[in-house]
Ligand binder design. Structure first.
Ligand SMILES: Nc1ncnc2c1ncn2[C@@H]1O[C@H](COP(=O)(O)OP(=O)(O)OP(=O)(O)O)[C@@H](O)[C@H]1O
Length: 331
């Protein structure tokens, strides 16, 4: 996807962070790990809101904090600070028992490795039955058959994982993730070990269950083709949501349908946003910038340094910000 020259303001800011009906709501999430006496800030005030029934991809460079976020949303890990709720449950207020219940019924998971999703000595049907019996979900046989059918792996019901292709394994894993009717399905690199064609099939299967069952779905991925399968892609940079791409179907004057993708910068509750790295580099912006409030937008200019500050020098084309030029012209 080409980066648009205009970056919009995303709807994941103040309003979204406090939206009560959101299926996933993270506000100012911080997670600090300490390893060998060194602190790593994996999440640095992350804000994210996902509506009920949405299908969202989370992308970002290695180490940006994606898996840390998923670990918290799945109830495996706890944030150092901030607020997080999933399907109306405050994850910081759960007792140990409630946490077990949350992990069995409220959220479903699909991980990259088959061994983490499915027990190797059980068939697909038995894996589903085990997940449902742990949560005491009723009507197991019917539900198991329906899910395997929905994921188009009914023919695999009596096979063990080693007798399934990579794509079939992941589709059975999705069925297991949905076994206890979770409100939210979380997937961490579900296509990480698949070829491109099979990845597309698995992502389409996830889109299918999102549409059919209305389950809110979050997919963490490095897969560059994910944008073809989801309407919203959120990028994490340095432990914070930085940009979002929203896609919708537009219609040309001739009546032809086409996909319109718009990229937005994420504005958090207190007005912080991350300028894209390429904007900073192109305009030589660092440390501080000038802001100007206009009638319908905010202008951002590099800070002009007094002569002699060579290390802070601006690009050759930059003289001074337009607001200063206007003021001087008026004098
Ligand atoms: N248990 C841990 N102990 C110490 N540091 C950790 C731990 N888990 C994650 N980190 C650090 O936190 C940062 C974010 O890691 P995280 O795994 O969330 O990134 P990621 O975006 O999922 O990366 P990748 O795409 O490579 O999986 C990294 O710097 C990582 O080294």
């Amino acid at each position: 996807m080409t980066t648009p020259t205009v970056l919009g303001a995303a709807a994941t800011g103040a309003d979204a962070a406090t939206r009560a009906d959101a299926a996933i709501r993270c506000a100012d999430l911080v997670r600090i790990f300490t390893a060998d006496g060194v602190e790593v800030q994996a999440l640095q005030g992350l804000t994210l809101s996902v509506d009920s029934g949405e299908l969202v991809a989370i992308v970002g460079a290695s180490g940006s904090g994606k898996s840390t976020l998923l670990g918290i949303l799945s109830g495996l890990d706890k944030p150092t600070a901030g607020q997080v709720s999933v399907a109306g449950r405050d994850l910081l207020a759960l007792s140990s028992r409630e946490r077990v219940d949350y992990r069995r019924r409220t959220v479903g998971f699909v991980w990259q490795q088959t061994s983490r999703n499915l027990l190797g000595y059980l068939t697909a049907r038995e894996n589903l039955a085990l997940a449902m019996s742990l949560a005491k979900t009723p009507d197991r046989e019917r539900r198991s058959a329906e899910l395997l059918d929905l994921l188009e792996v009914a023919h695999c019901a009596d096979r063990r994982p080693s007798e399934l292709s990579g794509g079939e394994q992941q589709r059975v894993a999705i069925a297991v993730g949905l076994a206890n009717e979770p409100r939210v399905l979380l997937a961490d690199e579900p296509t990480g070990e698949l070829d491109e064609a099979t990845s597309a099939e698995v992502l389409e299967a996830m889109r299918g269950v999102n549409r059919e069952l209305g389950v809110t779905t979050l997919i963490v991925t490095h897969d560059p083709t994910v944008s073809e399968h989801v309407a919203r892609t959120v990028r994490i940079r340095d432990g914070r949501t930085s940009t979002e791409v929203l896609r919708r179907t537009g219609v040309t004057a001739e009546g032809d349908e086409h996909t319109v993708a718009e990229e937005y910068a994420v504005l958090d509750r207190v007005g912080r946003l991350q300028l894209p790295q390429e904007y900073l580099t192109t305009l030589g912006m660092r440390e501080r910038v000038r802001l100007a409030l206009e009638a319908d937008h905010v202008g951002v200019w590099p800070h002009a340094q007094p002569a002699g500050h060579a290390e802070q020098s601006q690009p050759d084309t930059y003289q001074q910000d337009p607001s200063q030029q206007d003021q001087e012209a008026a004098r």
